[in-house]
Design a protein around this ligand. Structure first.
Ligand code: AMP
Ligand code: GLY
Length: 431
């Protein structure tokens, strides 16, 4: 007999990831209500508090029944502002790492030095806080490099360089012109790896790793992985590149060493731990490109569609440090594909406020998760951001999931040719 539905959940954030988390959590027999703060045009029920208004979020959580309220954090911004520390101080339940542990995402210099200390495989690197020293170092390298701003830069602070000249210009952009603001106080310069990428995400309670299904996202805006990086134009799960042997390697060489090193530093890691992995083209070995200390967006959308187990039970256990006593998470043996419908122009300038047409019920295999949407005064759903919708569908294999997702995508539109989407999402996952 499941326990009675007594719990209130607060999902913090406003994207497709948060819609998908709340959608899944609301299905738990233990959850009586899900609030989204601030949510979007597709989420219910919304609270008018932004993800960076930490004190207000604390006050809102305090007004709920303390023992039976759980906050789940979507975006890194809230974590970087110390939301987990603020909730802990008040004895409030929240799933997400404290500020010090979240540095694995908020500082690339911290992350690289952490990996080096913990023996986690990653590209060879050097870090600099002086632009001239960084350029001198580049001049002595004779290989393709990647130059990264240290701090949070919404995925844009990573510059891939084919020549010495480009790498030097990248340092100028980051450290001199300060194109990413304070994020560019330091840089990481690293060797450029070649291979296939995958996202490996797990729930952590400080001691135990509970892996989620593998996934892969598409960061570039145009088909064929061309054009500028975005927050993500689509994703699918599972990622065939992560077979059983690779899964084991990532758990042993990457995820477990993170928990061990965090504990050694007295900053146990609780929350979603996301490793962006490059599977080396030649050796097939996994290397960490980056860590995120939150769920992926849009990886979350296909992962939630495939999850058979009750997400609430696992997050509840993680917050209490009980993940070690939980069975492995069960998954639907299907492929899930999420196609992002964006405002034309994204990641550059785009229009807002266009009425979205064609939203409807696309059947049990398809869910449209909202991201950059809002409700206008007449209650219509309008565009309100770059990434607008995550049309997510499952199928018995990748081909069927792709077909299901795109058949819904083709029915949705806004403005005068105002929407844009990639047409090749999950092509690599096809049987
Ligand atoms: P990051 O935010 O560090 O994950 O970088 C964003 C994207 O840049 C990654 O998803 C990769 O596609 C690419 N990238 C980052 N570091 C490297 C590297 N060392 N070698 C090749 N590609 C990289
Ligand atoms: N999809 C990449 C991210 O969430 O960072």
């Amino acid at each position: 007999m499941p326990a009675a539905a007594t719990t209130t959940v607060i999902v913090i954030g406003s994207g497709g990831r948060e819609h998908a988390l709340g959608w899944k959590l609301a299905q738990s027999p233990r959850v009586k209500k899900v609030y989204f703060a601030p949510g979007n045009g597709g989420t219910f029920e919304n609270v008018d508090i932004k993800q960076n208004e930490i004190e207000k979020l604390v006050e809102f959580a305090k007004r709920q029944d303390k023992g039976d309220c759980l906050a789940v954090v979507g975006p890194e911004e809230s974590l970087s502002l110390g939301i987990a520390d603020a909730f802990a101080k008040e004895g409030l339940r929240l799933f997400g790492p404290k500020k010090q542990a979240a540095m694995l995402e908020t500082s690339k210099v911290f992350a690289k030095e952490f990996m080096q200390k913990a023996g986690i495989p990653t590209a060879a690197f050097a870090t600099f806080s002086d632009a001239q020293k960084a350029k001198d170092y580049i001049a002595g390298q004779n290989k393709p490099l990647v130059v990264k701003a240290d701090g949070l830069a919404a995925g844009k602070g990573v510059i891939m360089c084919d020549s010495t000249q480009q790498a030097i210009e990248a340092v100028d952009k980051i450290m001199i012109a300060k194109e990413f603001g304070a994020a560019g106080g330091k840089v990481v310069i690293e060797e450029r790896l070649v291979g296939e990428e995958a996202s490996f995400i797990a729930l952590c309670d400080g001691k135990t790793i509970m892996p989620l299904a593998s996934s892969q996202d598409h960061k570039r805006v145009f088909d064929g992985d061309r054009g500028p990086n975005t927050g993500g134009m689509g994703a699918y799960s599972p990622a065939p590149v992560v077979d059983k042997a690779l899964h084991e390697k990532i758990v042993k060489r990457v995820m477990e060493p993170v928990l061990k090193e965090m504990n050694a530093r007295g900053t146990p890691f609780t929350g979603f731990l996301y490793a962006g992995i490059m599977v080396d083209e030649k050796t097939g070995e996994p290397y960490v490109l980056e860590f995120n200390t939150r769920m992926g967006d849009p990886e979350c959308q296909p992962i939630m569609m495939r999850m058979k187990s009750d997400l609430y039970e696992y997050i509840d256990a993680a917050v209490d440090g009980r993940l070690g006593s939980m069975p492995p998470i069960e998954w639907h043996d299907r492929t899930a594909v999420c196609v992002i419908m964006a405002s034309r122009g994204y990641p550059g300038a785009y229009k807002k406020g266009e009425v979205i047409e064609g939203l409807g019920d696309f059947g049990p295999d398809t869910t449209v998760f909202h991201a950059g949407t809002a409700k206008d005064a007449q209650g219509r759903i309008v565009t309100n951001g770059g990434r607008v919708l995550g049309v997510t569908a499952t199928g018995k294999d990748a081909r069927c999931a792709i077909e299901n997702a795109y058949s819904a995508v083709r029915k949705i539109r806004w403005g005068e040719n105002g929407h844009y989407y990639r047409t090749d999402i999950a092509r690599r996952a096809r049987p």
